[in-house]
Design a protein around this ligand. Sequence first.
Ligand code: FAD
Length: 415
Amino acid sequence: MEAGPRPWARRFPMKVTDTYDVAVIGGGIVGLATAMALEEKGRRVAVLEKEAALAAHQTGRNSGVIHSGLYYKPGSLKARLCAAGREAMYEFCARHGIPCERCGKLVVAVEPGDLPRLDELQRRGTANGLTGLRRLTPAEIREVEPHATGLEALWVPQTGIVDFREVCRAMAENVRQRGGTVFLSTPFLGVHREAGGLVVHSPDRKLFVRGLVNCAGLHSDRVARRCGVEPDVRIVPFRGEYYTVRPERRHLVRNLIYPVPDPRFPFLGVHFTRRIGGEVEAGPNAVLAFRREGYRRTDISAADLWEMASFGGFWRMAARHWRMGLDEFLRSWSRRRFADALRRLVPDLRDDDLAPGGSGVRAQAVAADGSLVDDFRIAQGERMIHVLNAPSPAATASIAIGHSIAAHAVAQFFS
Ligand SMILES: Cc1cc2nc3c(=O)[nH]c(=O)nc-3n(C[C@H](O)[C@H](O)[C@H](O)COP(=O)(O)OP(=O)(O)OC[C@H]3O[C@@H](n4cnc5c(N)ncnc54)[C@H](O)[C@@H]3O)c2cc1C
């Protein structure tokens, strides 16, 4: 961290306005779950969120699926935290009266090449502690999803649906009730060290804290840099675009219908998701976004583009995955291509059953060698913890992630 005053510190020369034990940067689900876990451990927490509302980015724009943990490498952080987080999420929703449903999902093999991958998924799922996984014949597929077809499918009973924005509201309320504060419209600008702790700067306030947790999602690498930490990864934004199935055709899908994923890109593969409110969504795809919070194709930020272009890892990633990127890009511009991919699962779907839906942007951490960081990545510095990669299923796993971070934070900041 630089010793002299930074430009933002000169612009906002106010005195320390309050003292907390921990500052959490980011009012998405990972930040709020972390704040809640710290409060449960008796620590007073300030959450700083730059937007006027909670869950304004990844958390409030995702598919709303409580993932089972089927896909993840046994023993990985994702596998462990997803299993623990999933059950904690169901329990949290039940305790707070948040509508959610353990509706299960079908993973459908549509061509012979999918079958060995389906075997591998079943093996992984069993290794990750999932019980009740069942292989279905084409006739059994139709009993579960009358309009789906495939050679075989895997039935996963643990998967569910919820609105993660509702979960965030309850988490924030929990933080406030225990004495913490959630500051909205409060961007984190930087931090400097003082005896026994840190002073956290935002335009309207300066907080003295014993430690800081960075849960800034799409900006987590920038926030780390503002803390004087040079992360070994860079966030590259990928937009996920959805279509909505027209209400009169929603009967085509009862619950969740997924293709067998490519193990190299498990987040790819458009699928059908019933939302907790009854809508049926199709998607998302994954196209490179030209702005970190670029929800429309026309959203472009010169600064964000420059940052990407000046990162060698971005070009190495592009060289490795250009074909996949091109496919996703073409699908983004053509409803027919999008529908073609979906018709492999539900042949009765017509192009005009799909109306444009919303979109979200994934914060994908990319390493300098161009590899996509697959597992959750949490780095520690002096009095700081930085969540540098929290992709799907981080919403599902958030309560378990929060407990894990809180345990590290208490050991590091207060010993
Ligand atoms: C299209 C899509 C679909 C997905 N589907 C699922 C799913 O079905 N199930 C699942 O479990 N996961 C899903 N995910 C993944 C999941 O949404 C994310 O892993 C999770 O929401 C990450 O939460 P977060 O709190 O880390 O990030 P975010 O929700 O992005 O929150 C980060 C917060 O930090 C704030 N912030 C940033 N910079 C600053 C700053 N300087 N000062 C103050 N605040 C700042 C931002 O405004 C933001 O609110 C999906 C993701 C996407 C994009």
